[in-house]
Design a protein around this ligand. Structure first.
Ligand code: F0G
Length: 343
């Protein structure tokens, strides 16, 4: 295995002298999903970004952002986060020997992400506010103090994340007809679009937001975003314009899915494809199941679709256990176990 920077350095934004801070991210599985293909009537693949070292796609951007920060002589990194960016920033900061601080909305991040950020030694600050409030504050802090802001407003994050599009095209031998992706702060859809364009391709992009946190669908910021998919509980995406450019340019669209649709897709994927992603990730599949793959009038329907599963299901055991069937308790006895297994 090699680092993402070693594989793609000539196409990334690093300076020649920058060190490589890596956990061997990228090269994630692209899994053909036969049952999902049947339901959608189109060949479907799952790009399982939960396979990254900290369990989400954030690592692709973080390796580049933290390597560049080291090159610039930074001593600390900071971010606002719904959880995954925090976990990733904390891990890469630890790897680089930098200090890390992460600002998260109090009580609103999945427990696995919190455990990661704390274990990697970041200072974790729980803000009495939402992600949008936290992002506003860290942007100001980064202006006032010598800390590197590693949210996706950092251009190097987008550079690293675009490599997922390279991988998809390399692995399929061509671009897929379409790509479905959950949208929160809108950095990732921006990154995929850049990556696809850099290799001369333009699959239809379908973006999905949670109904209670769907500013791009509604056309205005949402003051109090709410959704079970805590990773995408965002009311005012930083990369709003770029995301809309990606949807328009790819002849795709952005639509909303309800929390129930998200949770149904989340469970269905785990039980029928053997792939356990976090709730926000399942928005990509939920969206296709709810809305199909609509195309513009003069556009041929796509023959294949890649669903980006942005983070690992183990990040959020609380939501999983809240939705899963009960455990069967049993006496320490052969026949009791027999009944428990076979009845
Ligand atoms: N899926 C997951 C699992 C995420 O953690 C995020 C964003 C998204 C999708 C949306 O990606 O923001 O680029 O549109 N999580 C950020 C965080 C905001 O702080 O971890 P996006």
């Amino acid at each position: 295995m090699t680092s993402l920077i070693e594989r793609y350095r000539d196409r990334l934004s690093l300076e020649p002298g920058d060190p490589v801070v890596s956990l061997e991210e990228g090269s994630t599985p692209l899994i053909e999903a036969s049952r999902l293909s049947e339901r959608l009537g189109v060949r479907a693949y799952l790009k399982f970004e939960g396979g990254n070292p900290t369990g989400s796609f954030k690592d692709r951007g973080m390796t580049v952002a933290v390597s560049r920060a080291m090159g610039r002589g930074a001593e600390a990194v900071i971010c606002a986060s719904t959880g995954n960016t925090a976990a990733s920033a904390a891990a890469y900061a630890a790897r680089a020997g930098l200090r890390g601080a992460v600002i998260v909305p109090e009580g609103k991040i999945a427990i696995g992400k919190l455990a990661q950020a704390l274990m990697h030694g970041a200072r974790v600050i729980a803000l009495q506010g939402n992600f949008d409030d936290a992002l506003t504050i860290v942007r100001e802090l980064a202006q006032k103090h010598p800390v590197e802001l590693v949210n996706s407003v950092n251009p190097h994050r987008i550079e690293g994340q675009k490599t997922a599009a390279f991988e998809v095209v390399e692995e399929l031998g061509e671009a897929p007809g379409a790509l479905a992706i959950p949208v929160g702060n809108a950095g990732n859809v921006t990154a995929y679009w850049r990556g696809f364009q850099e290799v001369g391709t333009a699959p239809i992009l379908y973006g999905f937001q949670a109904e209670g946190a769907a500013p791009l669908v509604e056309g205005h910021p949402v003051a109090n975003p709410e959704t079970v998919a805590s990773a995408i509980r965002i009311g005012n995406p930083a990369r709003w314009e770029e995301a809309m450019t990606a949807f328009t340019g790819s002849r795709g669209r952005v639509a909303a899915v309800s929390d129930d649709q998200i949770l149904d897709a989340y469970r269905w994927l785990a039980a029928n494809e053997g792939v356990f992603c976090e709730p926000a990730s399942a928005a990509s599949v939920a969206g296709l199941l709810a809305h199909g793959l609509p195309v513009a009038e003069d556009t041929a329907p796509p023959e294949s679709v890649v669903c980006v599963l942005t983070g690992h299901g183990l990040k959020d055991p609380d939501t999983a256990l809240g939705k899963a069937p009960a455990v069967v308790n049993c006496d320490n006895d052969l026949s009791a176990v027999e009944r428990a297994v076979f009845d």
